[in-house]
Design a protein around this ligand. Structure first.
Ligand SMILES: [Zn+2]
Length: 237
């Protein structure tokens, strides 16, 4: 009995430490915080991503042709910041020009769209009804990792955020500045399921000057490197 129990305990321990989601979460935070040299982080990406792929991908990704669900409940394409997708620029006080996933929290560029809610008083709530705005899965997703704690004054640019995988397209999605993260690593979400709420968390997003928005970045894995993907044409009109 004791032996069986310890075997079970060992089995669940190795599941926890060896599971691809756990490995991804550790890795994504090492990249974010630059706790290892950039080259070694870059060298590890194929293994970490490959383990996710082995669990969930078929051999061939689907072609990206079907439209997405709009990622903010009660909003539409007119709330998307014009010209938001600029991977090549200086941005956000970073001294680095252009986006590179492996620069983590120091990254340059703005390879994303900001989607704004109606919030003139900057309280993080929709001015129309005083409620939080739900963030929806734009397509079928598997939740990979999240940051669900954040304090004002933190240097973390994303604030509370969530990483997810769209296995059918080999896309990584990053939802940032959330007020709350509602889903957990390993969750499978259908398009239009709620994954969190819009907030004002993050080094710059918390500032009064910043209009309340969702920062949604999508990366496509090409040649074992995650590169910015312009998803604007997939948003419903
Ligand atoms: Zn942004």
């Amino acid at each position: 009995m004791t032996k069986l129990f310890s075997m079970l305990a060992l089995a669940s321990l190795s599941w926890a430490s060896g599971h691809p989601f756990v490995a991804w979460e550790q890795y994504e935070k090492q990249v974010r915080d630059q706790t290892l040299p950039k080259d070694s982080l870059k060298a590890r990406f194929p293994a970490v991503y490959g383990a996710l792929q082995a669990n969930h991908f078929g051999p061939n990704p689907a072609s990206i042709d079907s439209p997405w669900v709009f990622p903010l409940a009660g909003y539409s394409i007119t709330s998307v910041g014009k010209g938001g997708f600029k991977p090549g620029i200086y941005y956000g006080g970073s001294s680095i020009k252009g986006y590179d996933f492996f620069d983590g929290n120091l990254h340059g560029g703005h390879p994303a769209y900001d989607i704004f809610i109606r919030d003139d008083n900057r309280d993080g709530r929709d001015d129309r009804d005083g409620k939080r705005v739900n963030v929806l899965a734009p397509t079928s997703l598997i939740v990979l990792s999240r940051q669900d704690s954040w304090k004002p004054g933190s240097q973390l640019r994303g604030g509370k955020y969530l990483w997810a995988l769209a296995p059918q397209y080999q896309l990584l999605l990053y939802f940032a500045h959330l007020d709350s993260v509602i889903s957990s690593p390993g969750d499978t979400l259908r398009a239009s399921q709620v994954l969190g709420t819009v907030g004002r968390t993050g080094k710059n997003a918390q500032a009064k000057r910043s209009p309340t928005h969702l920062h949604l970045m999508v990366l496509r894995v090409e040649n074992q490197i995650p590169v910015p993907f312009d998803y604007f044409r997939l948003l419903p009109r």
